[in-house]
Design a binder for this molecule. Structure first.
Ligand SMILES: [Fe+2]
Length: 447
């Protein structure tokens, strides 16, 4: 029996396959651009291995793209048929549940794997990622804490664990512990983009904007081998500039960085879900500040038109809707809204989330775009307490708060605006008066 980098037994045909397997896991944990090539090499070496199907299916699911679902399900079936150790069979079961829309079941299976094998780096990261896209900060932090005593610096993926610890703790407001873990990870592995990202979140949540820009600026040369997570890091940098009112810097980072349409990364994946969130949310924030964003919405709306029936990524849906609304494509927006309503009537974890939070958020975005501010507030008000389940970080979720606040102010619904400001104040240590997207309305409704 071969063993992985952490000594866990893996059903593989050769030592060469074991090396290739470890290379895929390392590339995945590192957000490496060449992770798909590493996966291909591993699968070519050992196509019958349980982890060949598990990894291929997981990589398909990680795209949050409905077009990848058939391939993910096929890989899950192959992984289940391949058998293997109890841990491998559990991984295959988690992938099957995930591909069938039963994300809660998948999370429970990864948690069971971690109870037996706390150093299973793949289970840690997949759990972390899927819990994040369900807005489950406490569940992410609890999983990280449970396995913590079994991890130490002698493990190959120690820095990667610290990166997850950083981000999970940041999302539950444990900023000091988060920052320490993230900085330690970057000291050990300067190329660790996930740790760089976690620390950026701490700096964002604490309003340490100058430090945030310097942190990301100093680390950017380390990201040459990273995939589109680089765009998200540049979005974070732009967010610091946005908070400081430097709109020229934001637009420069938009065009030359996180939404550079000519970059090989964007050309390879032009409608990658996080890229779309980065772009739409920044344009939305800028527009509300009165910035002329030119025709930047158009290409996003074009991409949205290609994904009108794809409800895989709940948090991306209101962003697609922003692009359709900003370009006046209301017929296509109605199509998307209908698709979300249909999906919300289905079964599984995502369907319930779409019904409770996705549909209200999409409706609110559409009303906002039409200037129907009272209706936007009415649509979003009942979902305010559950919006987190759409996924995304506190920093990303703020765009929905800002939309509600803008509509409440424009509709003269002062009490709704105050409610939102109080909610925002409870979720972020930086008071609304010191946050650019909240400050003007906070002043307006102060009395
Ligand atoms: Fe982020």
């Amino acid at each position: 029996m071969q063993r992985d980098a952490h000594g866990l037994p893996v059903t593989l045909s050769s030592a060469e396959a074991a090396t290739a397997f470890d290379a895929v896991v390392s590339a995945y944990l590192a957000y490496a651009q060449d992770a798909p090539q590493k996966l291909k090499a591993f699968v070519a070496l050992d196509p019958e291995a349980p982890f060949a199907g598990i990894l291929r299916g997981s990589f398909a699911m990680l795209t949050y793209n409905a077009a990848a679902l058939p391939s993910a399900r096929k890989s899950a079936a192959l992984a289940v048929a391949a058998g293997g150790t109890p841990r491998e069979r559990a991984h295959a079961g988690a992938l099957s549940a995930w591909a069938d829309g039963e994300s809660d079941q998948a999370l429970a299976i990864w948690e069971a794997i971690l109870a037996e094998h706390p150093t299973d780096a793949l289970a840690v990261r997949l759990h972390h990622f899927v819990a994040f896209w369900l807005g489950r900060g406490p569940q992410m932090a609890a999983a990280i804490e449970r396995v913590g005593p079994h991890w130490d610096r002698d493990l190959t993926h120690w820095a990667s664990y610290l990166a997850c610890r950083c981000f999970a703790f940041e999302e539950v407001g444990r900023y000091a512990e988060a920052e320490a873990a993230g900085r330690r990870a970057v000291e050990l592995v300067p190329t660790d983009v996930w740790a760089a990202h976690g620390v950026a979140h701490v700096l964002e949540m604490q309003g340490r904007r100058g430090e945030g820009i310097a942190w990301l600026d100093g680390l950017e040369p380390q990201w040459q081998g990273a995939n589109s997570i680089r765009h998200h890091l540049l979005w974070h940098r732009a967010l610091f500039h946005h908070e400081r009112g430097d709109r020229a810097a934001v637009l420069r980072l938009y065009d030359e960085g996180f939404r550079n349409l000519n970059s090989p990364l964007t050309q390879a994946l032009p409608d990658m879900f996080v890229d779309i969130q980065n772009a739409a949310s920044m344009l939305f924030r800028l527009s509300l500040q009165g910035v002329d964003v030119g025709d930047r919405w158009t290409e996003l709306a074009d991409k949205a038109e290609g994904r009108l029936d794809d409800t895989q990524s709940a948090f991306t849906l209101p962003h697609w809707m922003m692009a359709l609304g900003a370009t006046g494509r209301f017929h296509q927006a109605a199509h998307l809204l209908h698709a979300v309503a249909e999906a919300a009537r289905g079964t599984g974890t995502n369907a319930a989330i779409l019904a409770r939070s996705g549909l209200p958020a999409c409706r609110a975005v559409l009303h906002h775009a039409r200037g129907e501010h009272e209706q936007a507030v009415a649509a979003l008000r009942p979902a305010l307490s559950t919006l987190g389940e759409l996924g995304g970080s506190h920093a990303q979720q703020a765009v929905l708060e800002i939309l509600f606040l803008d509509s409440a102010a424009k509709a003269g619904l002062t009490e709704d605006a105050r409610t939102l400001l109080e909610r925002a104040a409870g979720r972020c240590p930086v008071p609304p008066a010191r946050r650019v997207d909240y400050a003007a309305i906070a002043r307006q409704v102060a009395h």
